[in-house]
Design a protein around this ligand. Structure first.
Ligand SMILES: Nc1ncnc2c1ncn2[C@@H]1O[C@H](COP(=O)(O)OP(=O)(O)OP(=O)(O)O)[C@@H](O)[C@H]1O
Ligand SMILES: [Mg+2]
Length: 914
């Protein structure tokens, strides 16, 4: 990039200056500078580069090309800091090495992003300038987006310049550039073309609409071609098209050999001067090629810097390439491929050029490109793999082979997160595919796409249909798909369809040796449960028992069993199943898996009454879900966070999260997210004593499982709002669940609810029995709720002293849990009973004073882990860990790490050791 002094752009410079100013103190930020071609994005990056002081500068730019190389952008950006790779945690270093093609690929695609984050944060202050980001290879873009979203410390600023239509960086701050103000545009025009006639200047001003590139170029050509004016006024065209035409005219006026050299430069995506020259020599000889190079440089269309050839502006490049006829473009790619045969290391690039040169199907090139795709996939460059498979299919004459390659492309596209493209590829592959296994693979692709982009119920239908088509030829796979569809229908709360799928499943003869029987039986039981039928115990228990033997590196089965454990109120077992998965994900860098594991862990902790742990897990899962773009998970975890904030009485945050969850659930047919959020709103109202409002919410949770989980709350709300019929109906649901799951804390809840709904004298016995059960199982929140209800009941019966005992227990527990509205209610009851409140001092080390992230970090630090190890486990940068500790110490009244030993933080949520 060259230096540039900017005309105008006062506000934009301030934004950039603001970001740069914080870097010295560890401040971080990411900003996308957006706008059309020539509007001044690169110029603003250049301004930032010149304005930044005492920072390390890293730079990369995307190049418009079909032959995408995986991680090419990262390669360029990180080159100057790659020597620090050894300072990274082992898994991250390995992932980055794999991405760069220096070793085997490891971890998932987000781990590379994490490695980038750690590397940048450890090299700070560092300013990353990423120009033409819309042409970055997708793998690099994903990694940089992930890193950008998780930046919190280390003095790292990323500035992306991107054209308007680029969507890959959703969720980051944007600065949109439009045309220069008229005064600035005038000034630029006067500076660049001082002697222009006023009439001409006015025309240019009108046509350029403040686009700096247009101002500069129109002035140049106007002055050269027609010193008096612009000739006949042109039809009104968009500025970009006019610019394109301006460049076309410049290129067209050049001799043949120069145009040929320019086309070669445009067809090459590496800017390798020697490669371009050697290719040009094939047609024009060495002297001819060098003359052409000189002319192109003199015409100001390209620049030469060391061994690098760059176009003056990306628009020149696209004007050259798009302006050339197809056959000439093919010839250019062929020449580049010929040179690459003996020059450079670009075996894969050579294949790409051959493919782009091919004018008809070609088996040899198709096979070679499939090899490229395979290698890219092996480096987790899935977007490249998808593009290469697709192109390979394009070159394949044989229908079956073409279908196969398209189906690989579809699968790679799912893995790279390009879902729309995956859907399109699967559609094209299907009519060409007859192999049942491949068809099933395509159905999985379509189901994955429908699940994310459409509705889970549609995804379930895709699976059912595909299972139908293969149930004779491949019963095992068909059974697996139907089992999977039931899980999907549970997501959409679709009991009827789940039931139908279960019926179909029961008709399939699963081969005894397949090991699928426990899953099939359990999923049928789950369908029954969704339909409100009990008696599910044993099949689900069998599957859960079997899942204990499934290793943690097969997360899907363990997490499915864990979610069934939750439905059957076995929170401890759910944790036993899910925690090793989370630990495995942490140690092996499976960043994308963690939100799912954390969702299950949160639910287990929440049902088990470990609210602080649940808050920590949910917060971590929520942030990771956001940073990895897993929107369904985000909504679900948002619903869980809403529930937890309802308990702590943070009204505003609860409502904000719940409304987002409900909206998302409605828009995307993800019923649990909306149901959890609705439950949260009901609980919030119940806590505040607004029982009628609570009933309204709790009655409308539209998911059978959530409806069971929140039955106890609805019963209490119904009783308090004098809605006896609601309370009685829910009591039946709760009793049925209790009979099915037979867990002491559920029985305790059921007893409390029976006590609350009965008008007879046996209420006291039910309360006593409930409390006895509570005392045997650690479920503090439900325990406290029972004590509160019992205390209220006793007070109404004028047993003040006994009421006081219950209410004080309730108050102590609610305070420990940070359940403010509930503690307030216990306090008010104690006052009403005339009973003394328990004395309590605020514990300096109370974990409640920390944010969930701070608590998580502090706990691991207290367990003796270093900042590096904590960072590795939590997918943060070590600088962020240090920052959390720095903020946590004063809140805990301590000044050093060693003092952590003396504090009690309860059970750590993440316990994995390095
Ligand atoms: N505010 C400005 N003052 C002076 N010159 C400017 C200004 N903004 C842009 N320019 C000049 O205008 C030309 C086009 O700007 P630039 O290359 O930054 O556009 P861009 O937005 O990066 O376009 P593209 O999307 O095509 O890359 C460059 O020569 C640049 O130096
Ligand atoms: Mg630019």
């Amino acid at each position: 990039m060259r230096g540039a002094s900017l005309t105008g752009r006062v506000r934009e410079r301030q934004v950039v200056d603001g970001l740069l100013a914080g870097m010295a103190d560890g401040g971080c930020g990411a900003l996308i500078i957006r706008g059309g071609p020539g509007i001044g994005k690169t110029a603003l990056l250049e301004y930032a580069r010149d304005a930044a002081q005492d920072v390390r500068l890293l730079w990369a730019n995307g190049v418009e090309s079909e032959a995408e190389l995986p991680f090419a952008g990262l390669h360029q950006l990180l080159q100057p800091v790659m020597h620090r790779l050894k300072e990274l945690p082992r898994t991250q270093a390995a992932a980055l090495r794999g991405a760069m093609g220096l070793g085997p690929a490891t971890g998932d695609r987000f781990l590379v992003g994490l490695a980038v984050l750690t590397l940048l944060a450890g090299s700070g202050p560092v300013l990353c300038l990423i120009d033409d980001a819309q042409w970055l290879d997708r793998s690099s873009a994903d990694a940089l987006v992930f890193a950008s979203r998780r930046l919190t410390a280390g003095g790292v600023v990323l500035l992306f310049a991107a054209r308007d239509d680029w969507s890959a960086l959703a969720g980051l701050d944007e600065l949109r550039l439009t045309g220069l103000e008229p005064a600035a545009a005038e000034a630029l025009l006067r500076e660049r073309a001082p002697g222009l006639a006023p009439q001409l200047r006015e025309r240019i001003m009108n046509e350029a609409l403040g686009n700096p590139l247009a101002l500069i170029e129109f002035a140049k050509t106007a002055g050269a071609a027609d010193p008096q004016g612009l000739g006949a006024p042109q039809a009104p065209l968009p500025v970009t098209r006019k610019l394109h035409e301006t460049f076309h005219r410049q290129v067209d006026a050049l001799p043949e050999a120069v145009r040929r050299l320019l086309l070669l430069a445009a067809a090459d995506d590496t800017g390798d001067l020697e490669l371009v020259l050697r290719a040009a020599e094939l047609a024009d000889g060495q002297a001819g090629a060098e003359r052409a190079l000189e002319s192109a440089e003199t015409a100001g269309l390209i620049r030469i810097d060391g061994g690098l050839l760059t176009f003056r502006h990306p628009l020149v490049r696209s004007a050259v390439y798009q302006g050339a006829p197809f056959t000439r473009r093919c010839a250019a790619h062929r020449a580049l491929a010929d040179v690459l045969l003996t020059y450079g290391e670009g075996a894969d690039r050579r294949v790409w050029h051959l493919a782009l040169a091919a004018t008809r199907s070609d088996d040899a090139i198709g096979a070679a490109l499939e090899g490229v795709a395979h290698r890219a996939g092996g480096r987790s460059g899935y977007a490249t793999a998808a593009a290469a498979y697709e192109r390979a299919a394009h070159l394949t004459a044989d229908r079956r082979q073409r279908g196969l390659r398209l189906s690989y492309a579809a699968e790679a596209a799912v893995q790279s997160g390009q879902l729309g493209q995956a859907r399109d590829l699967a559609r094209r592959a299907e009519p060409l595919t007859h192999d049942p296994a491949r068809l099933a693979g395509l159905a999985r692709v379509r189901a994955a796409v429908e699940f994310e982009l459409g509705f889970p119920s549609d995804a379930g239908e895709v699976l059912v249909k595909s299972a139908e088509s293969i149930e004779r030829t491949d019963p095992e796979r068909a059974a697996l798909m139907l089992a999977h569809s039931i899980r999907t229908f549970s997501f959409s709360g679709d009991a009827g369809r789940a039931h139908d799928a279960a019926q179909r499943l029961s008709l399939i003869d699963v081969p005894p040796g397949s090991g699928l029987t426990p899953l099939v039986r359990a999923m049928r039981a789950m369908a029954d449960l969704l339909a409100g039928r009990g008696g599910v115990g044993s099949p689900i228990h069998e599957l859960i028992a079997a899942a204990h033997h499934v290793p943690a590196h097969r997360p899907a089965e363990r997490l499915l069993a864990a979610s069934l454990a939750l439905i059957t109120a076995q929170d401890t077992i759910a944790l036993e199943l899910a925690e090793p998965v989370a630990e495995h994900a942490r140690t092996h860098g499976m960043v994308g898996m963690l939100p799912h594991a954390l969702e299950i862990i949160t639910e287990a902790q929440l049902l088990g009454g470990r609210h602080l742990d649940a808050l920590t897990s949910a917060t971590e899962g929520y942030d990771l879900g956001r940073d990895t773009g897993q929107l369904h998970r985000l909504a679900h975890l948002g619903g869980l966070l809403a529930w937890l904030t309802a308990i702590s009485g943070d009204h505003e945050r609860c409502r904000m999260l719940a409304e987002a969850g409900i909206r998302y659930g409605n828009d995307h047919g993800v019923v649990p997210a909306g149901a959890l959020s609705t439950w949260a709103l009901g609980l919030l109202e119940l806590g505040m004593g607004r029982a009628a409002h609570a009933v309204g919410h709790l009655e409308s949770t539209r998911h059978p499982i959530v409806a069971v989980w929140c039955a106890a709350d609805l019963i209490e709300a119904g009783v308090r709002a004098n809605r006896t019929e609601v309370a009685e109906r829910s009591l039946r649901t709760l009793m049925e669940w209790d009979r099915t799951v037979r867990r002491p804390w559920v029985s305790a809840m059921a007893l409390r609810c029976r006590a609350m709904t009965t008008s007879g004298g046996d209420a006291g016995q039910h309360f006593e029995a409930a409390i006895e059960l509570h005392e045997r199982c650690a479920q503090p929140y439900q325990h406290a709720r029972t004590c509160l209800a019992y205390g209220e009941w006793l007070r109404r019966r004028r047993s003040r002293a006994r009421a006081g005992i219950q209410l004080r227990t309730a108050l102590r527990i609610f305070e420990d849990l940070g359940a403010r509205p509930w503690a307030d209610r216990a306090r008010a009851e104690l006052d009403a009973a005339g009973e003394p409140r328990p004395g309590h001092g605020t514990d300096a080390a109370s974990p409640h004073r920390l944010t969930p992230q701070e608590l998580q970090v502090v706990r691991l630090a207290a367990a003796g882990l270093s900042n590096r190890d904590i960072a590795r486990q939590l997918f943060l940068s070590p600088k962020t860990v240090a920052q959390h500790l720095y903020k946590a110490y004063p809140k805990l009244g301590i000044t050093s790490r060693t003092q952590l030993d003396h504090l009690d933080f309860g059970t750590p949520a993440a316990t994995g050791r390095p």
